[in-house]
Design a protein around this ligand. Structure first.
Ligand SMILES: [Zn+2]
Length: 422
């Protein structure tokens, strides 16, 4: 552990610390009149128990967009050291202004994440997310500096160069957006780079939904152990939590972040073990404190018991999907990741697939486009269709095409194309 006194803190003591930090967060938020209006007069002294936090109003993505650029910021006299921004598709972007203390906090939680993934100061860490307004690159960088590891801050793209440096500089750790390792594997194959010549042993991936099956495939092909890191621009970037060697859920650093799971429709609390929407409050962030932020991510609390790794921080399930990328087709609800699970467990198919939804006549049509490797059994299409029917009650058309047919976008993968209109 990087900070055993915090990561393995006894839970009663942890609860006391969380309550104290909730009050501090409320105090800081109340320095901004826009927050005072939002919070309807709630005061730090009103918080007597952790559950009292649930009486505060939710903060939504739209509220953060409407607050562009600094409407809900609380940097005060200290001012800001940095601004990061989320890659939204419509309307104002969401800005997160960091104080110097926030940048330091980020380095701390990222160092914890690296150590949970078995990474230390002797490692050579190749950072493949971009450095810029996106939080990925810098977050991995600060954590690595904290550890004292060697950093290769290459940033996004240039996959041939990535592989060359990875091999020649003996990188032992790769950090990436979750589907980027697939691109590395493909380009290595195209260019005849032998993965066996690499010194990689650990991958830390996040920022996209990726199924257990995709993880197994990446681990097998890159011969690494892969860890799932979570976090978003609004919470201060990656570093909200990570899974550990026990692979028994994602530890959330509860002395910095307070997670809740709620019913996405009503906002009511959901008990441990039951899936719902993740709501995150920050406990130590200054520039943009979050109070009960609706993330739209779906998960559940796996356990609050101590983990085999010794950490006591609660564990969330790997993210299952987002409330806003749920697809409804002919009355059936599903998440792209569920389709991914069925596709990727078939031998002979590539890791690329796409779900295409079209309006047709008065009805609608769903096609799952799957890339196959040379020599793949042509019966795989029928099998995928049958399994999607058994598992999800979906009956899509399955179209097989040769590997390399689907476009590989820069950045996040596009899994669903919905042309049905509204
Ligand atoms: Zn653990």
């Amino acid at each position: 552990m990087w900070q055993p006194d915090r990561e393995a803190m006894e839970r009663t003591a942890l609860a006391g610390l969380v309550l104290e930090r909730m009050r501090a967060t409320l105090t800081r938020a109340r320095t901004n009149p826009a927050w005072v209006r939002r919070l309807g007069g709630a005061r730090p002294d009103d918080l007597r128990h952790l559950d009292d936090w649930q009486r505060l109003p939710f903060l939504t993505k739209d509220a953060l967009r409407d607050a562009y650029p600094f409407g809900l910021a609380c940097g005060g006299d200290e001012g800001y050291a940095r601004v990061h921004m989320s890659s939204g598709t419509t309307g104002n972007p969401i800005l997160n202004p960091y104080t110097a203390s926030d940048v330091a906090q980020w380095g701390e939680v990222m160092a914890r994440c690296y150590v949970a993934a078995g990474v230390g100061r002797d490692d050579v860490i190749q950072i493949t997310p971009s450095f810029g307004l996106f939080t990925g690159g810098f977050g991995f960088h600060y954590g690595a500096e904290r550890l004292g590891a060697t950093v290769i801050p290459i940033g996004a793209g240039r996959t041939s160069l990535q592989l060359k440096l990875m091999r020649d500089l003996r990188a032992t750790v790769v950090t990436a957006i979750a589907t980027y390792p697939l691109r590395l594997i493909e380009v290595a194959r195209e260019e005849g780079v032998d993965v066996g010549d690499l010194a990689l042993r650990v991958g830390i991936f996040g920022s996209e939904m990726w199924s257990d099956d995709l993880r197994a495939r990446i681990e097998r092909e890159l011969r690494i152990r892969a860890y799932d890191i979570i976090g978003m621009t609004e919470t201060g970037g990656p570093g909200l939590g990570i899974d550990c060697a026990a692979r028994a859920g994602i530890h959330v650093w509860e002395d910095h972040y307070h997670p809740e799971i709620v019913d996405p429709a009503t906002g009511a609390a959901r008990p441990d073990g039951v899936e719902g929407e993740l709501v995150v409050s920050t406990l130590t962030r200054q520039g943009l404190p979050l109070i009960r932020y609706r993330t739209h991510d779906l998960t559940r609390v796996v356990s609050r018991a101590p983990c085999a790794c010794g950490r006591t921080a609660l564990r969330l399930d790997r993210l299952r999907g987002r409330t806003d990328d749920m697809v409804i087709f002919k009355g059936v609800n599903f998440y792209p990741r569920q389709v991914e699970t069925v596709v990727l467990r078939q031998p002979g198919v590539s890791h690329e697939y796409q779900v295409v939804l079209d309006a047709e006549g008065g009805g609608e049509r769903m096609v799952v486009v799957v890339e196959t490797e040379p020599g793949c059994d042509p019966g795989v299409g029928v099998r995928i269709r049958r399994e999607l029917h058994d598992l999800l009650a979906l009956s899509p058309e399955v179209r097989l095409c040769p590997e390399g047919t689907l476009e590989r976008p820069q950045g996040k993968a596009v899994r669903v194309i919905d042309r049905r209109g509204r």
